[in-house]
Write a protein that binds this ligand. Structure first.
Ligand code: HEC
Length: 163
């Protein structure tokens, strides 16, 4: 039995490897520092979008309210906002990136806009923790406005075939 499972393992391992390399997403972005930075910030933005969708969904009544999750999502969002600028290392407009060169010409402003997201998300978290969901849900909109405020000047059009 033991032998059989070893044999199976030996047969399966390469098959798994093959299926991973085929189905594991595109390898368009390489492992250069710029490619890694792009993947890092892409992942962050996805997390930011997820947290924001949770907050918005609860605020507009489309998903059930969970007060603890509401506070935590706002807190997480404040943390994520503070992690954004470091992902935008110089010359990192790699294939698939929608980052615009203006980011690096106005990096202080760009950092400030990420700071706005953090500040507003933190204010929401504090208000929700102190006064509860009902009293603070109106502040979700101010958090959401920081996305467009940064995307408008600093994010270009979508690549063909993307999203
Ligand atoms: C400080 C600027 C800034 C803020 C604030 C910001 N974004 Fe972004 N976001 C960008 C840039 C620049 C890109 C494109 C990055 C790239 O493609 O290299 C982006 C990309 C994205 C993407 C696509 C994933 C990707 O990396 O291509 C999503 C989704 C997204 N942002 C959601 C949000 C949401 C939701 C908010 C607000 C809660 C937000 N962003 C706030 C600058 C920002």
């Amino acid at each position: 039995m033991k032998k059989l499972s070893t044999l199976l393992g030996a047969l399966l391992a390469p098959m798994l490897l093959i299926s991973c390399s085929q189905g594991g997403g595109s390898a368009a972005v390489d492992d250069s520092p710029e490619g890694v930075a792009f993947r890092y910030r892409h992942g962050l933005m996805e997390a930011v979008a997820w947290k924001t969708a949770r907050l918005r969904g609860m605020a507009d009544g489309s998903i059930p309210v969970n007060e603890a999750e509401f506070v935590k999502s706002a807190r997480d969002l404040a943390t994520l906002g503070g992690m954004l600028p470091e992902g935008f290392i110089p010359n990192s407009i790699v294939e698939g990136s929608r980052a615009l060169p203006d980011i690096w010409m106005n990096f202080n402003d760009f950092t400030q806009k990420a700071g706005d997201l953090s500040t507003r998300a933190q204010a929401l978290a504090d208000a929700a923790a102190a006064n509860g969901f009902e009293a603070s849900k109106g502040m979700v909109q101010a958090v959401g406005q920081t996305c467009g405020a940064c995307h408008r000047p600093y994010r270009g059009a979508e690549d063909e075939g993307e999203e």
